[in-house]
Design a protein around this ligand. Structure first.
Ligand SMILES: [Zn+2]
Length: 215
């Protein structure tokens, strides 16, 4: 039996099991940019943190750039690159027979998402990835987000898209009017969404800052 590990992107909370998987004989599959980030030390400005390069055993062994299909036991897995979104190496994984879509960190269910501009992410790419997720799902698809409530569906994904688009538009309008970052945060462009989405790691002010950076 051939086993596989898949990295949806390079962040440690999603790629940290690699050495262990590799020791078990699993091939580790990832997008080319994820492979590149795991090979060298990375700095994430928003976390003020430097990540050392990964030990070689933790570096992906199978790399692709656009799409890849893997037959695993009785499942068919489709891996698809989103283009730059949460980082520049995000991929989705669909399990065809089970009708499951794993979105990696392009979808944070019920909470504001982090966007990693240091390694190529951006708000417009997050919205584009979310549109791709909506197009890939039906009302029956089980959707697995990167963070937040672990099992989701198209209705929640669609509310997430609406939240991203509304806040992007609010922030872009303020920015175009010449408001500074501090003034934009003060204008509370996320207010209508904070009760539902602003209760976790990424606060309303920090999400506003992430959107402003890319708007
Ligand atoms: Zn991440």
């Amino acid at each position: 039996m051939h086993s596989s590990g898949i990295n949806t992107h390079w962040h440690f909370d999603h790629a940290d099991g690699n050495s262990w998987l590799n020791a078990e004989g699993a091939a580790i599959v990832a997008h080319a940019n994820t492979h590149m980030h795991l090979l060298s030390a990375q700095r994430v400005e928003d976390w003020d943190f430097n990540f050392p390069s990964s030990p070689l055993a933790a570096v992906p062994t199978e790399v692709f750039s656009s799409e890849k299909t893997i037959a695993l036991n009785r499942s068919t897995l489709h891996l698809r690159y989103y283009g730059p979104a949460h980082t520049d190496g995000d991929i989705s994984v669909t399990f065809a027979e089970a009708d499951i879509l794993h979105t990696g960190d392009t979808f944070w269910n019920g909470i504001y998402p982090f966007i990693d501009y240091s390694t190529g992410g951006g708000i417009d790419g997050m919205i584009k990835a979310t549109e791709a997720n909506l197009a890939a799902a039906t009302d029956k698809t089980i959707i697995i987000p990167g963070h937040g409530n672990p099992v989701s569906n198209r209705t929640e994904l669609s509310a997430y898209r609406d939240m991203l688009v509304a806040i992007r538009d609010n922030v872009a309008r303020l920015k175009q009017q010449g408001h500074s970052l501090e003034e934009t945060i003060g204008a509370k462009p996320t207010a209508a969404f904070d009760a539902m989405w602003g209760q976790f790691l990424i606060t309303p002010a920090s999400f506003t800052r992430l959107v402003y950076e890319g708007g």
